[in-house]
Design a protein around this ligand. Structure first.
Ligand SMILES: [Zn+2]
Length: 528
């Protein structure tokens, strides 16, 4: 209780602010959040409650909490990996500057006094098997109660924590432990070497074809879930334009690799597949874009999101997420996805080689769905316009989300129109492959947003849209049979297929291509 309250003044003041102030209506939520944290700490501490262990652990934690709280409150610092590095690698002069009577008093009051009380306290520890069972019971019970409260309060807490990521670093002593762990891990980690992949990649005979260039656009969606696409049978007409795009192939059963951008994006561009994926493994090996570059494609990543998570490190990158003054596509400090198409026709016209462009959308990122689309796309309503979900009905949250899908429908359709026009005017063969990184929960089982552990993740978070469009020249030159792909569009596939299918679609020959995962393999006429 002491750890959760006195040691965490900055955490609570930020949480109170992020749920909309200290109002009577917010009291149940704040009390609930407090109980969750107190129960969680209780569960952890119970596991350490053995004679000779309990007291030292408690005293160290109390001091950590007191020190961290003091620095957060007085310097506004964030306790993270970098901060730990400062603490351990600082010189004495710098350290002395930070010491003050105020600090001594604050840490003394919050640390020394409780530590003294703990040291003096006469704690009885239950012994033997009964003792172990009692501890397991207390820890399990506290944890279960904390999880139950978390489920009940998820709708209100999730947006607050999502919008205020700093909360994670404000909760002591977990921030100190987490930061220390991160610091030691990065200190002892061997330096990252990126292993080459697919250096043997060569474009096949189809590229020689008629001497025409190819332009392929990969659209990486954000937080779009398959369920809310009318192409997949959703009750609202969220895909009016894509439904009228001739030749569009919609894959209806696609599973994502992760439930968060930081997992799905590196995973989908790696050759690892979901089973073998880990962030370090993906970061220490080249990916799809590198293989395409080895095969001689010019590769460009255009971003309207928070970067490419390392997958475009060795190819050209354009950040289009920062609003330019006077750009009508930008409002409120961010830009709508159409901006990703700016200058693209010229780029295609003036290009010399075969081009692969990745467009990374802002898409349907929450919780502020209503900010993700221009006002003309507010077709469904009434919409939730705040990121404080407890003030909105489920229906208004979903309506705002559906408008983001309506805007993505427009964006994708416009991308296809652009590629069709380029194919006709510039004599290039063009194609677009779109897939979303992960889905989103919109209140099903009281879950919101995304990021659930994959094993327990609901299908709303893992079932993603994917679609393909090819110009006639493109499918003709690569011998891709549209009818054959159409017939297979309802088969279960996943992000694991993307790496191999993009290489297969572009007739890239390399030993790293696994034909079993290439969706085009069965539908391509081999050049005679
Ligand atoms: Zn994402």
């Amino acid at each position: 209780m002491l750890l959760a309250s006195a040691g965490n003044v900055p955490f609570w003041s930020t949480l109170v602010r992020s749920v909309g102030g200290l109002r009577p209506a917010n009291l149940p939520l704040l009390l609930g959040a407090f109980s969750i944290i107190a129960l969680f700490f209780n569960a952890c501490l119970t596991l350490a409650s053995f004679r000779f262990i309990a007291k030292p652990v408690l005293i160290v934690l109390v001091f950590c909490a007191a020190g961290a709280s003091y620095f957060i409150a007085n310097y506004g610092v964030v306790i993270d990996k970098a901060m730990m590095q400062n603490v351990f690698e600082t010189d004495t002069r710098e350290a002395c500057e930070l010491l003050s009577w105020h600090m001594a008093f604050s840490v003394g009051l919050l640390g020394l006094l409780p530590a003294w009380l703990i040291a003096r306290a006469d704690i009885g520890f239950p012994q033997g098997l009964r003792g172990l069972l009692v501890r397991a019971g207390i820890a399990g019970g506290s944890l279960a109660l904390a999880v139950l409260l978390l489920v009940l309060l998820f709708k209100s807490l999730a947006p607050a924590v999502r919008e205020h990521r700093e909360l994670r670093f404000l909760l002591t002593p977990t921030n100190t432990i987490q930061a220390l762990h991160g610091y030691l891990r990065s200190k002892w980690r061997t330096p990252l070497v990126v292993a080459p992949l697919g250096r043997d990649a060569m474009r096949g005979r189809a590229r020689a074809g008629n001497g025409r260039r190819t332009v392929t656009i990969l659209v990486v969606g954000e937080t779009a879930r398959a369920k809310n696409f009318s192409l997949n049978g959703y009750r609202r007409e969220t895909n009016p334009l894509l439904a009228r795009q001739p030749g569009l192939i919609n894959f209806s059963r696609v599973a994502s690799c992760g439930t968060a951008t930081a997992v799905s994006v590196p995973c989908v561009f790696s050759a690892l597949g979901r089973e073998h994926y880990s962030d370090t493994r993906a970061a220490s090996q080249e990916g799809l874009l590198d293989v395409l570059a080895h095969a001689g494609f010019q590769v460009l990543w255009r971003d309207n999101n928070s970067g490419c998570k390392g997958v475009c490190d060795r190819v050209a990158f354009e950040d289009l997420s920062q609003p330019a003054p006077g750009d009508p596509l930008c409002e409120g400090g961010e830009c709508h996805d159409e901006r990703l198409l700016a200058g693209l026709p010229e780029l295609i016209r003036n290009g010399t080689g075969d081009l692969v462009v990745v467009l990374h959308q802002k898409g349907s990122h929450g919780p502020a769905y209503a900010r993700r689309y221009p006002s003309g796309f507010g077709r469904f309503g009434p919409v939730c316009t705040t990121n404080e979900f407890e003030q909105c009905s489920r229906a208004s949250i979903e309506a705002a989300y559906d408008n983001t899908i309506l805007y993505t429908d427009y964006f994708l359709s416009k991308t296809i129109d652009l590629l069709r026009a380029s194919a006709a005017m510039e004599g290039v063969d063009t194609a677009m492959l779109y897939f979303s990184d992960h889905g989103e929960s919109l209140g099903e089982n009281n879950m919101y947003l995304h990021g659930a552990p994959y094993m327990f993740a609901p299908s709303e978070q893992t079932h993603v849209p994917m679609m393909l469009w090819m110009s006639d020249g493109f499918s003709g030159r690569f011998g891709i049979d549209r009818t054959c792909l159409m017939a297979r569009r309802d088969q279960p596939v996943s992000h694991d297929n993307v790496f191999h299918s993009v290489l297969g679609m572009l007739d890239v020959n390399t030993a790293v291509l696994n034909p079993k995962l290439d969706l085009f393999r069965a539908c391509t006429r081999t050049a005679s």
